[in-house]
Design a protein around this ligand. Structure first.
Ligand code: NAP
Length: 503
């Protein structure tokens, strides 16, 4: 199993040791980032392994590789030598590893390291993107077979993360650590073993002014307590959520909390992906057990399904996929039931009979909502930024439609028992946006916004001030997530768990 390393980026050794003390029980080793220390502190690095009492990596990261060292190569080499000097017979007092970049060619340092039992991590960092021939690169990086290869790249898509995972599968004979930095690479840190990595790097940001060591690193508590890194093994079922940009989702918090409470050997994480096809290809190779699908892939994912539930067939949108034994996918839509259960509970009715409802938006979730309103006997108006999408959706159910312009907004007066906002407008981070700013609430409307982050969108706040009863998307989220659980796990969601989950 990969070891958890905490990168220490303090300005002084004392600060680094304070952080180490706080997180010691979560980690196996530390990386001393000498480049982050003040020049005075760098004199004392040789004593660090003994003070740390854990296997330590000596690293002096250059600015061109994402570090803070800019004083030139000779100054760096002399510091690296200082870190290795006066080696002791008790190896615990020496650095266990030294990080040397693939283009650093100082045989004296390598020899000294080998003599004193300090293992060389031969590293390569691409802070701007990823490389084409990763397998070849990994095979070529080591100078001598006892080195550990560390390759850290910055993928700009899930395809590039996938390429790193494939390179890991093609180089199983090489000891290494493969890291995908940035937002796309979270899975390479949590599923370090699947990426063939010996070490997963963590850091803490902000404490004692510590800068994050590298983009996308998570802290050791999140890794071990939230993602339960120590329990991940060959048998662990991997689930996740895909969409883009995936900045505002409660799903990882919900499912990891459930798995943790139940002690289920499963983990759930975000797989941001710009396209549905690249997610499906990656998910197949990763042998993902199932996934939630969100904006903007709910409709595009349908074409990759071998089996579709009646709900998916009727609305053409899918928010849940589960892998069949042969690697194909079956798809479900839990937004429909989540929505109607939540709104009907809120208004205290069994169906929407007699209700005239405005649906704002015509995307995946709007489709699910329109279908439910139709099946539950309501009448609706669909308004969308792209009016033709509103028309396509509305005509399937005999509803009215329009654009999000003055003429469309004027139609709301005839469909204002309930207004349901289903676009992504107003969601974090752009929380001041209001997709219905042209509409004046009378105060009699029930207003639902399917967004749940923030808890009160600008639209809901305006509606509430006008006297309307308002409902956000949280309850819908929880209900649809519980339905997803049933498809992922093949059993009902244990009702007593919900009160123990904090989102
Ligand atoms: P989607 O399929 O991508 O549809 C997005 C919708 O938003 C489309 O109608 C789109 O209009 C509209 N839109 C996007 N940017 C806009 C803008 N700047 N101005 C006006 N309209 C804009 O997404 P989805 O899957 O339906 O998800 C939509 C929202 O529902 C997201 O915020 C998601 O988090 C939330 N959601 C909540 C739950 C829950 O359980 N509470 C469940 C599912 C989804 P065009 O057609 O003109 O592009």
């Amino acid at each position: 199993m990969a070891k958890i390393c905490l990168c220490l980026t303090g300005k002084t050794l004392e600060r680094d040791l304070q952080i180490l003390k706080k997180y010691r029980r979560y980690i196996d080793m530390v990386e001393l980032r000498v480049d982050c220390l003040t020049p005075d502190e760098r004199f004392f690095i040789r004593k660090f392994p003994e003070m740390a009492g854990l296997p330590s990596i000596l690293t002096i990261r250059r600015d061109i590789d994402g570090g803070m060292f800019s004083e030139g190569e000779w100054a760096r080499i002399s510091l690296l030598s200082r870190g290795l000097a006066f080696a002791e017979a008790d190896r615990r007092h020496n650095f266990a590893y030294i990080d040397l970049e693939e283009d650093l060619d100082i045989p004296g340092i390598e020899e000294a390291a080998r003599t004193f039992g300090t293992r060389i991590i031969r590293s390569y960092h691409n802070i701007n993107g990823s490389d084409v021939d990763l397998t070849g690169k990994i095979q070529r990086m080591r100078r001598v077979g006892d080195e550990i290869v560390k390759l850290a790249v910055t993928p700009h898509s899930l395809e590039e993360v996938h390429a790193v995972m494939r390179a890991a599968q093609e180089t199983t004979d090489i000891e290494k650590t493969l890291i995908c930095m940035g937002d796309f690479g979270l899975c390479s840190r949590i599923l370090a073993d699947k990426f063939g990595s010996q070490i997963t790097y963590t850091s803490v940001k902000g404490e004692y002014g510590m800068p994050k060591a590298a983009p996308g690193q998570i802290d050791p508590v999140t890794l071990t307590d939230f993602y339960r890194f120590r329990t991940i093994n060959d048998q662990t079922r991997v689930f996740g959520i895909t969409g883009y940009p995936l900045k505002a989702t409660f799903s990882p918090a919900f499912f990891n909390a459930v798995f943790n409470l139940e002690k289920t050997n499963a983990v759930y994480m975000a797989f941001p992906s710009v396209s549905a096809v690249s997610f499906i290809r990656f998910a197949r190779d990763l042998e993902l057990s199932g996934a939630s699908v969100t904006i903007p892939h709910k409709e595009a994912i349908v074409s990759f399904l071998a089996e579709k539930s009646p709900a998916v067939r009727s609305v053409g949108a899918c928010n849940t996929i589960v892998r069949n034994e042969d690697g194909s996918w079956k798809g479900f839509n839990t937004d429909m039931q989540g929505f109607s259960d939540s709104l009907l509970h809120f208004i205290g009715k069994k169906n929407f009979s007699g209700k005239k409802i405005s649906i704002i938006g015509a995307g995946g979730v709007a489709r699910a909502i329109a279908a439910e309103i139709f099946h539950l006997k309501g009448k609706a108006l669909v308004l969308n930024r792209t009016p033709l999408r509103a028309r396509d959706l509305a005509e399937s159910f005999g509803f009215r439609w329009g654009g999000l312009d003055t003429a469309g907004i004027a139609l709301i007066d005839k469909y204002n028992d309930i207004i349901i906002q289903t676009t992504s407008v107003g969601m974090e981070p752009d929380i001041s946006a209001d997709p219905l700013d042209l509409y004046k609430f009378s105060g009699k409307e029930v207003v639902m916004d399917v967004i749940y982050k923030p808890a009160e969108t600008a639209l809901l706040r305006r509606a509430s001030r006008a006297g309307c009863r308002i409902l956000n998307g949280y309850d819908m989220f929880v209900r649809q997530a519980q339905a997803q659980y049933k498809f992922f796990m093949g059993k009902e969601f244990p009702a007593d768990l919900m009160s123990k989950i904090e989102l």
